[in-house]
Ligand binder design. Sequence first.
Ligand code: ADP
Ligand code: MG
Length: 495
Amino acid sequence: MADWEVVIGLETHAQLATRSKMFSGASTAFGAEPNRQACAVDVALPGVLPVANREAVACAIRFGLAVGAEIAPRSVFARKNYFYPDLPKGYQISQYELPVVSGGSVSFVFGSGGDAGTHSVRLTRAHLEEDAGKSVHEGFAERSGIDLNRAGTPLLEIVTEPDMRSAAEAVAYARALHALVVWLGICDGNMQEGSFRCDANVSVRRPGGPLGTRCEIKNLNSFRFLERAILFEVQRQTEIIEDGGRIVQETRLYDPDRDETRSMRSKEDAHDYRYFPDPDLPDLVISPDWIESERAAMPELPSAMRERLCGEYGLTPYDAATLTATPDIARYFDAALACLPERAARAKTLANWVMADLSAAVNRSEGSFTDASVGPGLLAALVTRVADDTLSGRAARDLFAGFWDENAPHETFETALARLDARIEERGLRQISDDGELLGIVESVIAANPKPVAEYRGGKAKALNSLVGQVMKATGGKANPQRINALLREVAERD
Ligand code: ADP
Ligand code: MG
């Protein structure tokens, strides 16, 4: 089979986390009774006038700053005209020729372990617009109803250049973008409720050749569907071309039940929408002062935090990416890190705990890091006692599980450490790292096992491994395995 290069550009609609709508004062809360949150502006009664939501504009500014884009000092709201029952005005207010945000890029770690590398996807633009209402096809006895609660909800549409080369890369970008808008607090990121949805533009071409004809797959509201839809579409397009056919540019719909994309309509062109500046709205003017005050209020960005974790603490890019995947895990890690004495030396151990035991426990409990049963202070205390050899990794894990079930309130590092030390004494878990205590046990184990000792002396370096468990058992599991190893070798070589 000939080699095909996949080309993907994504258009993402992020619902902005404002209390009121893009151009009216109606509430944006999810889940209200149909049409209870649609005011005169949203249902397009004659004579009403839209007013742009300042908070939505602030969200766009913060996004633009976060991706290193240009924020237009003056942008324009435009009418995008089309007919649909859930669009009472007969047009959607969007931005066309002059969007509020232009350029910028989103960087993310792609791949895992040693193969992880940083990819960057260029953004074309991001513009403000309003959402449409919803048709409701259930509960109306063979008829359809219209719910205008969502009409007018503020959206930021974020458009990329055709920079992605695989379904996996598109998903990695979408995840990074999702993490970023949630991190910035401009979108709640709830994909089931449709707060973050992607349209995927997909084409294939010969490597290095001109861009192929693309199809656009609409409204993918999960990362899994995004990946499946692109994989299906790539397969479909390559088969058509290899059979001597041609791709028709069109808009397609992904059907998760059948795991396939289906034609929805032939692709509309911009001129079909008769875009023109909305005469009801003045130009959107953003002053340098406004931009600066948004900049000052921005949290540390995930990319900056990743650099800090790699640069100051020597974590790998993969670890740093995992620990900044959501604001939740990042805040937890930072809080625990802040507690740790000898931070630089112990950051890696802490990272492993957060990514392994803690993440597993959080997932199992279906909770979040914010309300984890073991707080950052207590985890930092555990890591401290593992690092200073008071606890074996195994004893620490058992203690962690016990504390988790107790669901203790979050406490300061000092309080947590005192509680942990008391628990260690009470359970007799203090690890034996003192050679004097271990030596006698090691000597008797060596004496009782001539065979592996002889093998070791004969050059088989791993022969003593089988004896570590015996020493451990004799100490009731409290010995430090590194010390056991060292002493076994010492004694075996001595005799
Ligand atoms: P429209 O607004 O009509 O959907 P745009 O030209 O603005 O079209 O592009 C929309 C998206 O499609 C962008 O993300 C862009 O990167 C992507 N795109 C454009 N051409 C291609 C192509 N040949 N293959 C894949 N994606 C493409
Ligand atoms: Mg489009």
